[in-house]
Design a protein around this ligand. Structure first.
Ligand code: ADP
Length: 162
């Protein structure tokens, strides 16, 4: 039986820090679904769900075992429905930890057969988040080192429209 992992997140927009976690997950599991979700604690967001999915699809070109999907429901329901064995999250700094720990415990309660697996960020991506990309872009800074080249121009265009 093939193993399926889900990498959930807001991906508003996807960064090379996210891609690092996704490509490492793709080596550990037979199949990976990158799941764009709506985080009720992050209000709104800059990109629509469709744009976020499209950006990720265009960024993962050479990863044949990775798919992209969207869900506006509960992560635990999604992973059970798909038969996933793991939820893969990236851990950056200590401040990620408390929140991720709570989410992992809640998901374990709701989906008992699904493990949360944390991949520790590589040092060069420690500071990188979607918010950092949006802030740098908003003030006209160069985001080339932070986002996949295929989507850079679309991200800048949208930030400027705001
Ligand atoms: P953010 O808006 O903070 O970038 P997301 O909700 O889109 O976060 O993140 C999805 C997942 O990717 C989370 O598990 C998050 O910890 C992880 N992640 C985001 N950026 C990085 C990074 N630079 N290095 C490692 N993991 C990351």
């Amino acid at each position: 039986m093939s193993s399926l992992a889900v990498c959930p997140g807001s991906f508003d927009p996807v960064t090379i820090g996210h891609l690092n976690i996704i490509s490492r997950a793709a080596k550990l599991f037979d199949r990976v679904i990158v799941l764009v979700m709506i985080n009720p604690r992050k209000n709104g967001g800059l990109f629509t769900a469709e744009e976020r999915v499209d950006f990720i699809r265009r960024s993962i070109g050479d990863l044949p075992n990775v798919e992209v999907d969207f869900s506006d429901g509960l992560l635990a329901d999604y992973v059970v429905r798909k038969g996933a064995v793991a939820i893969v999250k990236g851990l950056r700094v200590l401040s990620d930890y408390e929140d991720e720990f709570k989410q992992a415990l809640a998901n374990k309660k709701l989906a008992q057969n699904v493990e949360t697996v944390f991949l520790v960020t590589e040092t060069e991506y420690m500071f990188l988040s979607s918010s950092v990309v949006k802030e740098i872009g908003y003030f006209g800074g160069d985001i080339s080192d932070f986002v996949p080249p295929a989507i850079k121009d679309d991200i800048i265009k949208r930030i400027r429209e705001r």
